[in-house]
Design a protein around this ligand. Structure first.
Ligand SMILES: Nc1ncnc2c1ncn2[C@@H]1O[C@H](COP(=O)(O)OP(=O)(O)OP(=O)(O)O)[C@@H](O)[C@H]1O
Length: 259
């Protein structure tokens, strides 16, 4: 059997007395979409923050394709192939869509002083290549965004802003994409459209692994190959969506009672 793309073992994150992740074991295969769910405060965003290097974990291991990423700097983790979106939008609303998307590729560009001073033609070539790449990505989500690539991100609808954030995560050609509640702040119809987008680009990038944190169970049902449920930083369930909704531990975690 092939080794998993992402393998986390005994992952633990303590904030003083609070244990936000408690010995978490999670493995994700290439090409898989995993729905990560759990009640508020169960550790989902903390898991993303630890995997992407924003938080330094207290213990455990994080490996991507067997490469050790435990407590490594976010830039290194980005270059290794992990990208994410945030629950609250991190767009620079007064900057253009292109500027916002390009941020996701900076870790891959050669921005050294030597290149800036002596290899300006190469630098211009890289930049125009990036414009075309950003345009093609945006077009895949909505041709209107591609047509208005140099207009401020703040002039777009909520769903298009989310699309721009996903383009920013994708432009660095990640192998693992972490989506933190992409439906937050959107209507049901916008959420449905965004999930159509997700399913479409999953088909175009069959090797990309996706972990989706989401409270909307309809979304999880629709897009996940497999589900993982957290409660108090521990994994309490792993399996199919149908098994998840029938699982008494999950019902207890969400409702406080077993049905
Ligand atoms: N920087 C921090 N400092 C202290 N405690 C934190 C920090 N970040 C998260 N926590 C705590 O860790 C626990 C897990 O939080 P986390 O945000 O990961 O949960 P979540 O499952 O993503 O919740 P939600 O579904 O509400 O987004 C919570 O008790 C939270 O208050």
């Amino acid at each position: 059997m092939n080794a998993p793309l992402l393998a986390c073992g005994g992952l633990t994150m303590r904030f003083d007395g609070l244990v936000a992740l408690d010995g978490l074991d999670i493995e994700i295969d290439k090409g898989e979409t995993v729905g990560l769910v759990g009640p508020n405060g169960s550790g989902k965003t903390t898991f993303f923050n630890v995997v992407t290097g924003l938080y330094k974990p207290s213990a455990g291991s994080v490996r991507l394709d067997a490469r050790d990423l435990f407590a490594k700097p976010p830039q290194m983790i980005g270059r290794a192939g992990v990208a994410r979106t945030f629950q609250r939008s991190r767009l620079m609303l007064d900057q253009s869509v292109f500027d916002n998307i390009a941020v996701g590729a900076l870790c891959r560009l050669d921005l050294g002083l030597f290149t800036n001073l002596f290899r300006r033609r190469r630098w211009r070539g890289e930049l125009s290549g990036m414009v075309e790449h950003a345009r093609a990505l945006a077009h895949r989500f909505n041709p209107v965004i591609a047509d208005r690539l140099f207009q401020p991100a703040g002039s777009f609808t909520m769903i298009d802003r989310r699309r721009v954030e996903i383009c920013r995560a994708l432009i660095g050609a990640p192998r693992l994409l972490l989506l933190d509640e992409p439906s937050a702040g959107m209507t049901h119809e916008e959420t449905r459209q965004l999930m159509d987008d997700l399913l479409a680009f999953r088909q175009e990038m069959p090797d990309l692994a996706v972990i989706l944190v989401e409270h909307e169970m309809d979304v999880i049902r629709r897009v996940s190959d497999r589900c993982v449920v957290l409660n108090f930083g521990r994994k309490i369930f792993e399996g199919t969506f149908d098994a998840l909704i029938a699982n008494p531990d999950v019902q207890t975690a969400y409702l406080g009672v077993s049905q």
